[in-house]
Design a protein around this ligand. Sequence first.
Ligand code: PHE
Length: 344
Amino acid sequence: MQAQIDQYTAEINAFSPANADELETFRIKFLGTKGIIKDLFEQFKTVGPEEKRTFGKVLNQFKQLAEAKYNELKETLDSGPKAKDLALDLTLPGEDFAVGSRHPLSLVRNEIIDIFKRLGFVVAEGPEIEDDWHNFSALNFPEEHPARDMQDTFFIKKNSGKDDIALRTHTSSVQVRMMEHGKPPFRAIMPGRVYRNEAISARAHCFFHQVEGLYVDENVSFADLKQTLYHFVQELYGEGTKVRFRPSYFPFTEPSAEMDVSCTICGGSGCNMCKYSGWVEILGCGMVDPNVLENCGIDSKKYTGFAFGMGMERIANLKYVIRDLRLFSENDVRFLKQFQTEIL
Ligand code: PHE
């Protein structure tokens, strides 16, 4: 019996399992209900009283050794890398994961920027909190112009007029900043968020997004304005899209116009979108008023320019037929995931 125990002790000491299965086999072999230790204790019952004394101790020590070895190995196996990890196949394809999509306004903004960049326009940005000068006065708004009124403008500080601070109502303020701080020629577009004090509904919101454009140089004419915007529309809505200009009024341009495009939904034959007129308005434009140039320190005898401004929501609406403006800012995933998925 002693010889047997010595042999098992050596076996236990040398045992080093590669995985949990081997350890389990070890447990069953030595510690299981039909295992070696159980068997040895059975044999032990049959030995004489003399041997009982010596072997009792040896057997108990052997049992403790087997248990300690098992517990120790189990702990290291549990905390070490799992057998299944060790068998990981690194050549397997990865799992799919959900990618986000671009917001429709970002898609439209990027497309507009792309088109104008190809024409040599740069992108300019400015603050959303503006002073009276940049949002109104420099742009030739008369003191009593209704757009300055509390009804349209969110004022942050309202005093005498000159030092009012407000959320910008258009990105024309960026045009002023650009002209004040540089020298012509200017060729830039200004995308950004603007704010107006309107009740929120399907057709109006208290903030929206604009892209305005400015081109100032020697000999810039209304023909340049028309050709630039015509080209823009062909790029945006496709070859053959018609344009028409209607006389309009803005304090900062003279002459001023509004530009319509042939309805992008029905092609001009008449539908719900164009209210059966065949035309939809997309932007305001005009030749920069000489007063604005002078306000920004530019010689209006030498330089002329044109400017335009459009609402991105309107452009997106005509592209994706989104009838409720509120959808753009609600961040409803069911709405957002319909748009182009970002390719990483
Ligand atoms: N600033 C005008 C607006 O917000 C748009 C515009 C820009 C019109 C430039 C003409 C020229 O409505």
